[in-house]
Design a protein around this ligand. Structure first.
Ligand code: UD1
Ligand code: UDP
Length: 367
């Protein structure tokens, strides 16, 4: 069986790595990797780390690229790869434009699609934008749906996806997290001040560009005036993120801005953190496993499991609200304890194993 995995951004690489590793060692499977390089630097940073080699590299990234440019370059180039490889199944992950265009390109070539991390929904097409549309489109195209949780499965059932095509597997990000904790060691982190509590920050959502990011940065600046905290912020390479962050926080005391770090380093930064502020999807999934409270700087989330378990809270992008919620956790140890418990709604570290098993069973049944 020929399986073509297509991915192109940082989170897809982290979440596809456990599957690609598994496929590599599965008898009867020829695993082929095509990267779009929607993220050039943040992809390359991770390929070596996870020991993945690409068979095809579409190299599509342009500075400040538009969604149309990403989609059309992938559709045009992937068609040729699909005609050459003729895979039995194409795998995409998540809700990026790479994943959506990858699934669409396969549909045009009559190639079945498996969707990893299927069924996440906010119910709001504009939040996150364009990811909610991307995942709905992939859901309509895919034959096999690998849902991380029961909640995700229920979303798909409501969209009339046949129940025997949905498999609840857990999220492969937990596989990657467990692998990292087991196989790598914490770097030295000479920039961390051990006398202070570490607030780790990430952010990149398109709907937060402009006012949202300005407000987030102002809140961080205010929080950094406290003598008992240090803010560490690996800044996403998107120019719409870099500009406000560097402008507002560039000179702020107690704020350590840095380039995005590799996955192993980021996992240990999360481990060292007292509190995490983010609008990222993946970080919301990882932090509960590490018993780290997360304030989610978004209006809605497609990952309600952490909120329901009390380990994550939605705070939006309002400056006052971010400060208030962060200070509550910094000043009220009871509130902190309520949020800082280990909880694992997103998987047990064996998602990739299940996904590969379901693919093989489905293939055997169909030949
Ligand atoms: C993309 C995904 C988003 C995902 C996020 C993960 C889409 C529409 N968005 O958003 O769903 O959550 O990745 O991080 O698919 N850049 C670089 N080097 C890099 C990566 C990005 O310079 O390695 C800069 C480029 O100027 C690029 C810009 O960032 O044009 C935006 O990258 P893009 O992939 O379009 O969007 P993200 O905001 O990263
Ligand atoms: N991450 C990383 N280095 C960083 C910041 C984040 O390795 O400097 C990891 C993080 O652990 C998570 C993933 O990147 O697994 C999240 O990626 P991102 O926030 O870009 O995308 P999203 O999950 O929101 O789609």
């Amino acid at each position: 069986m020929k399986i073509l995995s297509v991915f192109g951004t940082r989170p897809e690489t982290i979440k596809m790595a456990p599957i690609i590793e598994r496929l590599k060692h599965t008898r009867g499977v020829e695993s082929i990797v095509c990267v779009t390089a929607q993220h050039r630097h943040m992809l390359d940073q991770f390929m070596n780390l996870f020991g993945i080699q690409s068979d095809f590299d579409l190299n599509i990234m342009k500075p400040n690229q538009t969604l149309t440019e990403i989609t059309t370059s992938i559709l045009t180039q992937l068609k040729e790869v699909l005609r050459q490889v003729k895979p039995d199944l194409l795998l995409v992950q998540g809700d990026t434009t790479t994943a959506m265009a990858g699934a669409l390109a396969a549909f045009y070539e009559h190639i079945p699609v498996g969707h990893v991390e299927a069924g996440l929904r906010t119910g709001n097409m504009m939040m996150p934008w364009p990811e909610e549309m991307n995942r709905k489109l992939i859901g309509s195209i895919a034959t096999l749906h690998f849902a991380p949780t029961e909640t995700a499965k229920n979303h798909l059932l409501r969209e009339n996806i046949p129940t025997d095509k949905i498999f609840v597997t857990g999220n492969t990000v937990i596989d990657a997290l467990h692998f990292t904790l087991k196989n790598s060691k914490s770097p030295a982190f000479d920039f961390i001040d051990p006398t202070k509590r570490l607030i780790l920050v990430t952010g990149h959502r398109r709907e937060n560009f402009g006012e949202g990011f300005q407000s987030i940065c102002k809140a961080l600046k205010k929080l950094s005036e406290r003598k008992d905290v240090q803010i560490v912020y690996p800044v996403h390479l998107n120019p719409n993120v870099q500009a406000p962050v560097r402008f507002i926080l560039g000179e702020a005391k107690n704020v350590h801005l840095m380039e995005p770090v590799d996955y192993f380093t980021f996992v240990f930064l999360m481990e060292k953190a007292h509190l995490i502020l983010t609008d990222s999807g993946g970080v919301q999934e990882e932090a509960p496993s590490l018993a780290k409270p997360v304030l989610v700087m978004r209006e809605v989330t497609e990952r309600p499991e952490g909120i329901a378990a009390g380990t994550a809270r939605l705070v939006g992008t309002d400056e006052t609200k971010i400060i208030r919620e962060a200070e509550l956790l910094l000043d009220d140890s009871e509130q902190y304890k309520i949020m800082a418990h280990a909880h694992n709604p997103y998987g047990d570290g064996h998602a990739a194993e299940r996904i590969v098993q379901h693919i093989l069973e489905h293939h055997e049944a169909s030949v």
